[in-house]
Design a binder for this molecule. Structure first.
Ligand code: CTP
Ligand code: MN
Ligand code: MN
Length: 507
């Protein structure tokens, strides 16, 4: 098994901040989870319990603000109904509907965080579903059929439905049923784009991508609060094992399925048969504990600094752009994705081995697999490319980097052996991709995701515009020419689509 990470040391002084009921006292020490700012709503919770919970969370290194501000990422309520939460949001945001919207969570999320001593990923059961007060219910006719035609924010109003539908999609994927996978994924994605929660079956009428099966699941959830089909799948040995195995870095559905059919069920089973593992999977299991816990935004920023410094050393002038889920505004992810380019075409070639060499010399590389570029002529794109998650041909590296925990003032003050290599840190999955500047816009669009948004962009391009899109370019097979683009906006314009900002691509 992966080694148990050493206990993180707590910074000093946080416990000093007694009297959590006081107004907006600034935290005396930097919070341990900078991506997370909690606001506890007093309503129903009561003042003294709120003060107690505030102090508890701060003692564990969480930032808890006494006053609501746009910096708040997680609003926690206790005993509030969805309607009350809605009123609260209405009251707080007022007319300024464009302010960033926090996640509205019930107390269960907070309690799990306290128990684990760290922020836990937000799941459906934690969420209060709140209709947006300022917008009317969705007019089904106004929901376009393709995800790339819709605005899909990170926080939406139908989590309990989308979670169920995505479980069904995932399970279908495990069985190799691509058609069912897509059907459930598309239905879930439609619900993510609605301006309010589904509370009544009649609201599904006229929604695109909603077949009989998906509708039945929503109905079950509306009537009983759970879906027996979804629960059955989640409990099944098959689903749980496939989920576990495919979570391992380097393990896809085919491998997981083979292992399952061979009777393997646990990580211990896998480790008992090391010959089954390739180098990547071995790394995946060795670092399983770190890699299966979310990467937080501040960790992504720290990794970016490390990568930028390495690049500054080996190719000054090259730029590093954070892509993937973090560019879409996610607060946590399974990895960190970067796109690298250089303003002078051609300078970027062969960059990855140099960067990785530099990182390696610092002892920061736990695993790497570098692919040199293998550009094909865009004309070679066959029609399948627009259906599948087409692998692009860029020079890239799928790696696991070591992110040392930054020394706190506590360490410095106490002179705690700063020279000895510390185990205090974390393994993080990182994807580095290098594109020539002429293809940068396509690479950026292709690597920002979400995966479903990308799939839909390609489907839309081909079916509606007869154009082939991938992470290298946009090709017109009739005219036999590529359409150039200097920005993502250019690509949306070529496709006749409204520009969708990265934060609205969480399809
Ligand atoms: N991608 C790709 N080719 C790959 C892997 C990923 O083009 N071999 C693109 C996909 O379009 C995807 C994006 O890169 O949307 C980011 O992929 P990934 O890191 O898997 O997903 P995220 O959306 O970043 O989600 P997470 O936060 O879980 O990392
Ligand atoms: Mn990612
Ligand atoms: Mn990735």
């Amino acid at each position: 098994m992966a080694p148990v990470p050493p206990k993180r040391r707590r910074g000093p002084g946080r416990g000093e901040e007694a009297g959590a009921g006081r107004a907006a006292a600034p935290s005396p020490a930097p919070p341990r989870f900078p991506g997370v700012t909690i606001y506890l709503a007093e309503q129903h919770m009561g003042r003294s319990r709120r003060a107690f919970l505030t102090e508890l969370a701060r003692a564990k290194g969480f930032r808890v603000d006494q006053a609501y501000s746009p910096e708040v990422t997680h609003v926690v309520m206790e005993g509030s109904s969805a309607a009350e939460a809605s009123d609260w949001l209405d009251h707080v945001l007022g007319a300024s509907g464009s302010l960033p919207k926090p996640l509205l969570l019930n107390i269960s999320w907070f309690i799990e965080c306290m128990r684990q001593g760290k922020p836990v990923p937000v799941e459906g059961r934690h969420c209060l579903e709140v209709p947006l007060p300022t917008r009317s219910q969705a007019d089904p006719d106004s929901v376009p059929a393709y995800a790339c035609q819709r605005h899909t924010p990170l926080a939406h109003h139908n989590l309990c439905f989308t979670e169920a539908l995505e479980t069904l999609a995932e399970a279908a994927g495990f069985e190799g049923s691509q058609g069912r996978f897509l059907a459930f994924q598309r239905a879930a994605s439609v619900l993510k784009a609605l301006p309010g929660p589904i509370t009544n079956m009649s609201q599904l009428q006229g929604l695109p991508c909603f077949g009989e099966h998906s509708s039945r699941i929503v109905q079950e959830l509306l009537e009983h609060g759970v879906s027996s089909e979804v629960e059955g799948i989640k409990q099944s040995e098959r689903y749980q094992t496939m989920k576990l195995f495919t979570q391992i870095f380097g393990v896809g559905v085919k491998t997981a399925d083979r292992w399952y059919r061979e009777g393997l069920r646990t990580l211990d089973d896998l480790q008992a048969q090391p010959r089954k593992l390739n180098r990547q999977q071995e790394a995946g299991i060795r670092h399983f504990e770190d890699l299966s816990s979310p990467v937080w935004r501040h960790e992504a920023d720290a990794i970016q600094q490390v990568v930028e410094e390495a690049i500054r050393q080996v190719l000054p002038g090259a730029t590093v752009t954070l892509t993937g889920g973090f560019r879409r505004g996610k607060l946590q992810g399974h990895d960190v994705d970067f796109l690298i380019t250089h303003p002078v075409e051609g300078q970027e070639a062969g960059l990855i081995p140099k960067v990785m060499g530099h990182l390696e010399s610092q002892g920061l590389v736990l695993y790497q697999h570098t692919q040199s570029n293998h550009y094909q002529d865009l004309k070679d794109l066959d029609h399948k490319a627009s259906q599948n998650t087409a692998m692009d041909a860029y020079e890239k590296c799928f790696c696991v980097l070591w992110l040392p925990k930054p020394p706190t003032s506590f360490h410095l003050e106490t002179g705690e052996g700063p020279k000895e290599p510390s185990r205090d840190g974390k393994a993080v999955r990182v994807d580095l991709v290098v594109s020539p500047i002429s293809q940068f816009a396509f690479a950026l669009l292709g690597w920002t995701g979400s995966q479903h948004f990308e799939r839909e962009l390609r489907r839309f391009s081909q079916a509606e515009k007869n154009l082939l899109l991938n992470s290298h370019g946009l090709y017109d097979p009739e005219k036999k020419e590529s359409l150039p683009a200097a920005s993502e906006e250019d690509i949306f314009t070529h496709l006749g689509l409204e520009y969708i900002a990265p934060e609205q691509r969480n399809a």
